[in-house]
Design a protein around this ligand. Structure first.
Ligand code: SF4
Ligand code: SF4
Length: 372
């Protein structure tokens, strides 16, 4: 029996092409999964063509890693695994072509967050914002010796971006309302490693993960929750948190909210399902269930990518914006607000002027209306 490498299974049927957001935005076959697998199939014939090799290394980073191609592939080609492997190989073969990743790697190696900011600031700006509303919020920040049932892993975006402040506020307010015994890791939370994983640097990612693992074990967490699907991938699949349950915040709230108050609002939202959450982690029902429980009036969007994943926002911001813009037009968004549950998707939509809300904000709003 002949065992085929995964890329050899591609029969070039082209079923994946029209689903690829890169192709939709650029209308150029070279960006497609079919083109990438074809190049790998004939690699032995092209190996000496250094220009082509360089272009291929560039192309493997021109992908949002949304997984749509893998989902629709007629031959079960393990496309995401191929891209990950090829990114890793490209980085080792020609590091000089990826200098734009050096700043990110340096920030993560030295500061342990993607912004290169002081780790002590991880729990500063939201504490200042929340201390009047939640006087005990400082006690919720982990220090050695403190333990809790639930650890909240905020992730770099929610820890540092002011554009995420309303989501952070809603998250903590909701946890307080339902009486969760929780801690947030603050300066002891290192980046989950997802950006390095997406860049093919597994060793760098593991250095960050091992620290997080130790802290979560020391906090004696039974459950870790995060609002970021990228962090969820890393925490659940790569952190080896034996005996600790890892949940997206919508999964946690779907289970723990009971019967929350409902919004009495006729505004229609468009629901964007984050690729990493529904396609990679298989979390599909809970975000919708939570929205129904709190009475969000939403319509479904096509299961396409926002354009911000796979480091494309960093490697090619114009392309990233183009994907979001194409999405806006195809979905006839107009003034409709997009509701979602991923800080990266929110940042991406906001960058092209599309209003967004996180599902956690909708929960909080339902409680607020009841309390008024
Ligand atoms: S993962 Fe998404 S962006 Fe990348 S090739 Fe597949 S469909 Fe295109
Ligand atoms: S759907 Fe699968 S088999 Fe068909 S061209 Fe795309 S990668 Fe190849």
């Amino acid at each position: 029996m002949v065992h085929l490498m995964s890329f050899e299974k591609c029969v070039r049927c082209g079923s994946c092409i029209k689903f690829c957001p890169l192709f939709t935005a650029r209308e150029d076959e070279k960006f497609t999964p079919r083109a990438k697998t074809y190049i790998l199939q004939v690699w032995d014939l092209l190996e000496d063509d250094e220009e082509l090799a360089k272009e291929f290394r560039r192309l493997v980073f021109q992908c949002t890693m949304c997984g749509r191609c893998e989902e629709v592939c007629s031959s079960d080609v393990d496309l995401l695994h191929i891209y990950h492997e090829q990114r890793s190989k490209a980085l080792k073969t020609a590091p000089q072509e990826f200098e734009y990743l050096e700043a990110l790697k340096k920030s993560l190696a030295e500061s342990k967050n993607i912004y290169g900011l002081d780790q002590e600031d991880r729990a500063v700006y939201w504490i200042d914002e929340l201390i009047d509303e939640i006087p005990d919020i400082e006690d919720r920040v982990y220090e050695p010796g403190k333990t809790a049932e639930v650890v909240v892993f905020l992730g770099c975006l929610m820890s540092f971006r002011s554009s995420q402040m309303d989501v952070v506020r809603s998250l903590f307010r909701t946890l307080e309302r339902i009486g969760t015994d929780y801690l947030v890791l603050g300066a002891d939370e290192f980046c989950c490693g997802h950006p390095l994983y997406l860049a093919g640097d597994d060793e760098g990612a593991e250095l960050l993960r091992s620290h997080n693992r130790e802290v979560m074990q020391a906090a004696q967490a039974k459950t870790v929750i995060t609002g970021c699907p990228g962090c969820l991938i890393q925490l659940k699949n790569y952190h080896n948190l034996e005996g600790i349950e890892v949940l997206h915040d919508t999964q946690y709230f779907d289970r723990e909210l009971g019967r929350p108050p409902t919004l009495d609002d006729s505004e229609e939202f468009a629901y964007h399902d984050p690729c990493e959450l529904h396609r990679i982690m298989g979390v599909k029902t809970e975000p919708r269930s939570v929205m129904r429980k709190v009475g969000v009036n939403f319509r479904e969007m096509d299961l396409s990518c926002c354009g911000g994943g796979g480091l494309v926002r960093m490697t090619d911001p114009d392309l990233s914006d183009k994907i979001a813009e194409v999405r806006r037009q195809k979905e006839h968004l107009g003034d409709t607000t997009v509701v979602t549950c991923c800080p990266s998707c929110r940042e991406q939509f906001l960058s092209v002027g599309i209003e967004t809300r996180d599902i956690v904000e909708m929960i909080d709003e339902a409680y607020q209306k009841e309390e008024e």
